[in-house]
Design a protein. Structure first.
Length: 345
């Protein structure tokens, strides 16, 4: 009862924002529900400055609901299928992820971007946009303003990629009789699933390829998503080790305490999905959990928007945008270069 009294109003506020954002996200998939929710929350908080009793529930939603959403994402992954069909793309994925993280690390120092923002933009650009940011934020103790900033940067380049990539693919001479090469390009160089599907679907429509490009791009994208696991584990260890050295609990570093348990649950969920599918159980069984995961991410983004300082976000937006642009361009160039080296394009 104490939990309900303390948190219900805040959770309910996030839910009320999330429902229309979820519906609008389905109508406009290139923008997506999470972006709509975070923007709505940021606008509402300009008026709703004193949240009173709702503040606790909003903070709970931005943390616990976000972690729950990441766990539920695991039910959308058949590890065996992804690993089998993603072998061809694996060298490209490793190179693009490494490129983005290295660029983010270098520019963080050169243009003086806050460490957490740089990590979130780098991870979001290289792995899977909002989902990667959602998984990484609790691990590095990023605040809501940093998460909002990273989501905004990722969204900006998502929209550009969804529109530009099919045109770019045609100009670069990708095979128009098959969707495999462009699907690989979209799956490795576009950071968010919504924009990957938008660009791949456009390519299929342009050249009457059915769903060939879309299926290939999504498979590559899911393979990329698996990088959430090692990246978040490494970041959690680095962050906890740094905290133990610099904080009051120096010398008390523990892998057990550093390990983000929600990532373990994410892995278990993926293993359950894989085992069930290997026994012939349809993937449709897990569709409601995948949909719930998406809704929870939207709820969490609404909470983050409500906790964000819009003025501060706008004032400090230039450098993160430059960082995001650098990561995105780097990933695109490396993806094209690797495909050319591997004679895939």
């Amino acid at each position: 009862m104490d939990f309900i009294k303390k948190n219900l109003s805040g959770i309910l506020g996030c839910f009320i924002i999330a429902v229309p954002a979820w519906l609008l996200g389905k109508a406009f998939p290139v923008i997506g529900g999470p972006v709509i929710a975070i923007l709505a929350g940021m606008l509402i908080t300009l008026i709703w400055t004193d949240k009173g009793k709702a503040e606790s529930g909003i903070k709970w939603t931005s943390k616990i609901i976000l972690q729950t959403a990441v766990v539920l994402l695991g039910f959308g992954m058949n590890l065996g299928v992804i690993l089998q069909t993603g072998k061809q793309s694996l060298p490209i994925i490793i190179c693009t992820i490494s490129t983005s993280l290295i660029i983010a690390w270098l520019l963080r120092r050169i243009i003086n971007v806050p460490s957490n923002t740089a990590i979130l933009v780098g991870v979001g650009s290289s792995i899977c946009g909002g989902s990667a940011i959602a998984a990484t934020a609790p691990v590095i103790d990023a605040d809501d303003t940093e998460v909002a900033q990273a989501i905004s940067v990722i969204f900006f380049f998502n929209v550009i990629a969804a529109v530009l990539f099919p045109v770019l693919g045609h100009v670069l001479g990708f095979d128009t009789t098959s969707g495999s090469s462009f699907g690989l390009f979209a799956g490795t160089a576009i950071n968010d699933t919504s924009s990957v599907t938008a660009a791949a679907s456009t390519w299929d429509s342009m050249w009457n390829l059915g769903n060939e490009t879309l299926n290939n791009a999504v498979t590559v994208k899911l393979t990329r998503t698996l990088a959430i696991i090692p990246i978040t584990l490494v970041l959690s260890l680095i962050h906890a080790k740094s905290a133990s050295v610099n904080g009051e609990k120096a010398g008390n570093f523990s892998i057990k305490r550093a390990f983000p348990m929600f990532i373990l649950y994410f892995i278990i969920a993926a293993i359950i999905t894989t085992a069930c599918m290997s026994m012939g159980i349809s993937a449709d069984v897990f569709a409601p959990l995948k949909e719930l995961s998406k809704f929870f991410i939207i709820m969490a983004m609404a909470a983050i928007g409500l906790n964000s300082n819009v003025v501060k976000l706008i004032k400090s937006g230039g450098k993160p945008l430059l960082l995001g642009a650098s990561c995105w361009i780097g990933i695109t160039i490396v993806s094209l270069t690797m495909q050319h080296i591997m004679h895939l394009w």
